[in-house]
Structure formats: structure tokens, C-alpha cells
Design a protein around this ligand. Structure first.
Ligand SMILES: *Cc1c(COP(=O)(O)O)cnc(C)c1O
Length: 392
């Protein structure tokens, strides 16, 4: 099997697996219990908090709180800030993950005013647009670090600077970037940051939220005193320990892993664009995650491509919002200015440190006949051929 859907989730690394095994055998206590087994579990959490804080260059480990997912971290950051303030204006973008977009839509029903910034054809926001969108009562800017569909990395440091100058909190959904890109919450003036373990070879169901000291958020759960009452629940110690291990590995090997992914990513992009006509790269080559390839194939549907690739045991994903079970084209690709049919004909292939050159060569080789086959069945392609002949 060839797994090229690492933006959706990643394989648990063997090092993380070993760590989880050790943990389950040794430290199964409830971290809130006072006896040693409980205290040991508590100390595993605090060690993990330090690892995650260090990875972000956060000043104090207490600025990290563990959550159940990237989605939960986004919800807690945005709803938490809005509800603590009681009202106000929020600035975000049209290409956020649904965990942010749907949270903002929910808050709009509760009286929040939200501005969704446009992006250019590469998926980048315009910093002047951001400055112009700021109002008297703007309380929060929420802009993702790197996009999960097209891999575009936003000018985070510049955004942080603008937010700071205007005394506005800056939240970034860094789920795709954490462990893959250098992040420094101090240098970048980030006030709140969401991350998720399963995007860096950790376990599903563990996330974290960085909250700069002094920022008040309204908890979204009510219960015990865990995570300083900001996220009550008996801690998912196993998931937290796994996140810690995954973070250590990701930070230690970031440069090496990125070099590997980048080289294969470029090979895959060039291989597809050169061997298959009527294909286009979505997003730009620069300011792009080292693992992301997103390509539109004219005249055909991404969904059909996925199914035929699946028969060859190649896992990829499309630009359609298939997660919602709908066939709406991707809001991200539409925001880049793609037409509906172009957005429907797109594939996202996302690499990991485990991806090999052989796999990339196989995918390039397998794709061509599949695309050709689908095009022979495509009315759009037939129209295109007729038109071409008519013109000659
Ligand atoms: C995967 C992802 C999320 C959601 O994280 P979960 O832990 O799966 O809930 C949020 N934002 C981005 C950018 C993502 O890629």
C-alpha cells in the first residue's frame, strides 16, 4: 500500500508505539490521585507539557493545555476568547479548516461579527487587507499557519506584528505546521495556537492549545480542576505522552525530514505536470509545506481518481469536502479562484517522512493511464476535443 494522505492523518511511529506500550504497562494511574501511581502519571503530563512548550518556544509550560483534538483546541481558543470578552469582531480567512470556519459561523449566530479575508491565487492573505479589516472592537485574529489542502504557509510573523500593534489577540491553527515547520510563539507574537498529535505520527484524540499567560478564556467544559479548570476531564495521559514523544522526534529530525519530503514532493509535482497534459498545481511552490501536492486534472472528477487509485492500493484525497459526505467543491480551491469543475478535478497527495522514491515513481506511473481512461469517458473532454478540431 502507498499512503499519500498524511495531511488527513499519519501512521503512528514505532518510537511512539513503544512509548505508549511502556506507559500502559507502567503508569496507568489517575493523575489526580495522591498516591505514587497517580503522581507518576501527573509527572508524565508535566514533562510532556515542557516538551510541547519548548517546541513552540513558549516561556512557561503552564501556557500549554492538553485537549482532545485540533478541532477542540480551535473551538476552545475562538469560543473561549469570544465568550470571555462577551462580544466583538473577529478576523479570519476564507480558507480555514472547518474546525475554525464552523466555529466562527456558530459565533456569528451568537452575535459575533466576523470578517473572512480573501486569499490570492496562491492562497496567501494580503497584509493590507488584514490591516484594513481591523475595527475598533476587533478582539481576535484567527489565521491558520499552513493550509491543510494546498499547503500554503501564511506570513505568520507579519500577522503577529500587526495583531500586537493593534492589541488584538492572534490565534493560529497550526495543526498542519506543528512538528513540520519552525514555530516560535514569542518571535511570531502568537497568543493562541492549536495543534494535534495525529498529524505528526502521534495518536488520534490528543491536541493541545497554547494560551499566552494573562489571556482569559471561557472554558467550554465544566467539571473537575484538570488543566487549571480550563479543560476539565481526566487527562488522556497515554495520548499526551505519545504527543510528547512525537514532538521530540519531529523537532529533532525536522530539517532532515523536510529535506526528504521536499525532494520527493517536487519530484511528484514535476512528474505529474510533465507526463500528464492539462494538469495544474494548486497553490504556489514557495511558502508551501514540504509534504503537500495539490493538482487539478482537467475534465475529470477527483472522486473517480481516488477510487481507481484505491484499486491500485494508493491512498490519496480529493479537494471535495468529502468529509462532510457532500460533493461540494473545496471552499479552499474556490477561494483561490478555481471554477467548480476545476475544484472537483483536484487531488491532494500528502507525503510523510516514510514516503519513498519508489512510491513516488509508482504513483506517477499509475496515475497517467487512470487519468487517460477517465478522460475517454468524460463529456467535458469530448467537448474540448471537438472544439479543438473545430478551430483548426
Ligand atoms: C486535521 C486538522 C484539524 C483538526 O484536527 P483534529 O485533531 O483531527 O480534530 C484542524 N485544522 C487543521 C488545519 C487540520 O489539518
Amino acid at each position: 500500500m502507498i499512503y499519500l494522505d498524511n495531511s488527513a492523518t499519519t501512521k503512528v511511529s514505532s518510537e511512539v508505539f513503544e512509548e505508549v506500550k511502556r506507559f500502559l504497562e507502567e503508569s496507568y494511574g489517575n493523575p489526580s490521585s495522591v498516591y505514587k501511581l497517580g503522581r507518576d502519571a501527573k509527572s508524565e503530563i508535566e514533562k510532556s507539557r515542557e516538551v510541547v512548550a519548548n517546541a513552540l518556544n513558549a516561556k512557561n509550560p503552564r501556557e500549554i493545555i492538553f485537549t482532545g483534538s485540533g478541532t477542540e483546541s480551535d473551538n476552545l481558543a475562538i469560543k473561549g476568547v469570544f465568550e470571555a470578552k462577551g462580544c466583538g469582531h473577529i478576523i479570519s480567512t476564507k480558507i480555514e479548516h472547518h474546525a475554525v470556519l464552523h466555529t466562527l459561523e456558530y459565533l456569528e449566530k451568537k452575535g459575533a461579527k466576523v470578517t473572512y479575508l480573501d486569499v490570492d491565487k496562491n492562497g496567501l492573505i494580503n497584509l493590507d487587507d488584514l490591516k484594513n479589516a481591523i475595527q475598533e472592537d476587533t478582539i481576535l485574529i484567527s489565521i491558520m499557519f499552513a493550509n491543510n489542502e494546498i499547503g500554503t504557509i501564511q506570513p505568520i510573523e507579519e500577522i503577529g506584528k500587526i495583531a500586537k500593534e493593534h492589541n488584538i489577540y492572534f490565534h493560529t491553527d497550526a495543526v498542519q505546521a506543528f512538528g513540520h515547520e519552525v514555530i516560535d510563539v514569542e518571535k511570531m507574537n502568537i497568543d493562541l495556537l492549536s495543534l494535534s498529535a495525529h498529524k505528526l505520527h502521534g495518536l488520534k484524540g490528543t491536541g493541545a492549545l497554547y494560551i499566552r499567560s494573562g489571556i482569559k478564556i471561557k472554558p467550554q467544559l465544566h467539571g473537575g480542576a484538570q488543566e487549571k479548570k480550563r479543560r476539565p476531564s481526566t487527562e488522556n495521559v497515554m495520548g499526551i505522552v505519545a504527543l510528547s514523544k512525537a514532538t521530540e522526534l519531529a523537532i529533532a529530525n525536522m530539517e532532515k525530514d523536510n529535506k526528504h519530503k521536499l525532494q520527493l514532493r517536487n519530484k511528484l509535482i514535476d512528474g505529474i505536470l510533465e507526463t500528464i497534459p492539462h494538469t495544474h498545481l494548486n497553490g504556489c511552490r514557495e511558502n508551501r509545506l514540504s509534504n503537500n501536492v495539490n493538482i487539478s486534472f482537467d475534465f475529470i472528477e477527483g472522486e473517480s481518481l481516488i477510487l481507481l487509485l484505491d484499486m491500485k492500493q494508493i491512498c490519496v484525497s480529493s479537494g471535495s469536502a468529502c468529509t462532510s459526505g457532500s460533493l461540494d467543491p473545496s471552499h479552499v480551491l474556490l477561494a483561490l479562484g478555481l471554477k467548480h469543475e476545476e475544484a472537483h478535478g483536484s487531488l491532494r497527495l500528502s507525503l510523510s517522512k516514510y514516503t519513498t522514491e519508489d512510491e513516488i515513481n509508482t504513483v506517477i506511473k499509475e496515475l497517467k493511464p487512470i487519468v487517460e481512461r477517465l478522460r475517454t469517458m468524460s463529456p467535458l473532454y469530448e467537448d474540448f476535443l471537438k472544439k479543438g478540431k473545430g478551430e483548426q
